[in-house]
Design a protein around this ligand. Sequence first.
Ligand SMILES: Nc1ncnc2c1ncn2[C@@H]1O[C@H](COP(=O)(O)OP(=O)(O)OP(=O)(O)O)[C@@H](O)[C@H]1O
Length: 604
Amino acid sequence: MMKAGNRKSHAGHSKSSDYHRLQRLWSLAGRQRDGVLRGILYRFAQSISLGFALVAVILVVETTGEGGLITPTDFLLVTLLLALSLAGQLVFGYLASANSWTASFQVSRDLRLSILDRLRALPLGQHMPQHRGDPVTLVTSDIKVVETFLADALPRLAQAFGIPVVAIALLVWVDVGLAMVALVSIVLSAPVFLWSSRRLAALALRRQDLQAEASARMIEYARGIAVIKAFNRIHAGQKSFHKALIDFRDVSVRIVHHLVFPLIAFGVVLTTGVPLPIFVACLRFFDADIDQNTPTVAIVLVFSIYTPLLSLIGVMEISRLADAALVRFDRIMMQTPLPQPCFPSEPRGFALKFDRVQFAYGLGQPVLKQVTFEVPEKSVTAIVGPSGAGKSTLLNLLPRFFDVDDGAILIGGVDVREISAERLNDLITVVFQEVYLFSGTILDNIAIGRMGADEVDIRAAAKAALAHDFIMALPDGYATRVGEGGSRLSGGERQRISIARAILKDAPIVLLDEATAAIDATSEREIQRALSHLVQNKTLVVVAHKLSTIRHAHQIIVLDQGGVVEIGSHETLAEAGGLYQRLWRRRLQSSNWRVTDANLSAAK
Ligand SMILES: Nc1ncnc2c1ncn2[C@@H]1O[C@H](COP(=O)(O)OP(=O)(O)OP(=O)(O)O)[C@@H](O)[C@H]1O
């Protein structure tokens, strides 16, 4: 059975044609297509307005070349043409920039929001662990490339063709034969351009992937800096980051090597279009086939054809990077989100049932096997078991961070897959082992618990979580800013902020993954008291590492290697002679262990 989000992206790079990729990039402009199109047309018009200057030059050459004198009318006409050319460039240039950039800023904002929406809809952790740098690079640099493609590359493409079109039209008017000769090199250089462009395409995707890899390593390095320092592993820690940077540099250099020859070839073939028509014009002049003005006019026109066309090289690079960005965008956008019910059901109460639940991460071994148990409404259930037994996984399935492979999980008699995502989110509060605080104030961090909560509610939640006093002792109280990850607060304080968040949410079902990290006895007691306020009258499922929590549980589920091996109360299981009894004894021994002189001398 194929799981949501597991399907490989079918956004293959080589299979779709250049035309389809252009079409797809264009479709990304969405509602802003009109603005982008206006930007392209204005840039084209800006380029064409240079044509007035060309006409003025031809007029002067034609008049003076035949020995004539420039009359005041000619002078006025030339001035008017030059003024028109200048005004056209200024006005159309401004309009082009204003339209293109405004539209593309909107496009990049919309695309970034759609990526965030999709990440939210995907099964949690399905994508992130494999490509941690991917969403970051996608939202920042890939979308920036798409933005530049729409705002800059497409208009520049129009600009590159604008004045050449006018110049060729004028050359046809002056002499059709010369115009045909001028076109030869353009026709010959087109396949060389496409060949270079395809060579670049193959490497551009690899380059963007390696950039994502480098940013993933950098994030990892920055987040793990404390551990790296503590273990004096600065060089080892930098190794993978260095390697990613070297790979990125190598592929960038390879791009340059692969492109030097094709781009020189393109430039050479294209620019043969400059001397060729001039040479033919001179030959024909000496044969008295054309008048003496034509070669001069041809020189002016030919240069206005080829100089803009050479700027296509820059456009090619950005277009290929945009292609690569598109493939990477589709990798995330084409993943199947968790299916949502067409006709959501409302649970009848908050009792829970795990019914023959089977689950594996990806295509790996099953982590949960035929797990079946029930949790009565407003009761406390503790999950215990050895490390790796599947306890946290069990909790993660209830809010649908992942979907079960087989069996079902029910809330109030309704399969969680039949409950709408918003409702399910309202029903469940998860208190994670690892507390994440966003950069912002403490108030903001607690307010995440409930949209629209006022300050009175937030303070009440903080008081219930026994966080109010330490918050008031901080320099700015609730307005104190906490860094990303909450680095300014102690472990116990962070825990209590996260409990305040959960109290504010006030969901009827609480899932608690108890912190295993060592916290001093006072903080531990305060956290337990804060939790007791959170879980009053709630259906509570707790992955229990602490004896006190286990003792208060109405029932204990003992997991081993993904299967339920025992269910019962503490009193029953502690005497049953099974896994629980062994775990319990081990915990008792470790909790009775104290740093005494006897222990210290034993350790020596
Ligand atoms: N995101 C993941 N992808 C792949 N395998 C995973 C993932 N998370 C956990 N596992 C694996 O699933 C199994 C169960 O892990 P889980 O974290 O649920 O165990 P646990 O009982 O909570 O362990 P502990 O008490 O050590 O936290 C382990 O073998 C673990 O390596």
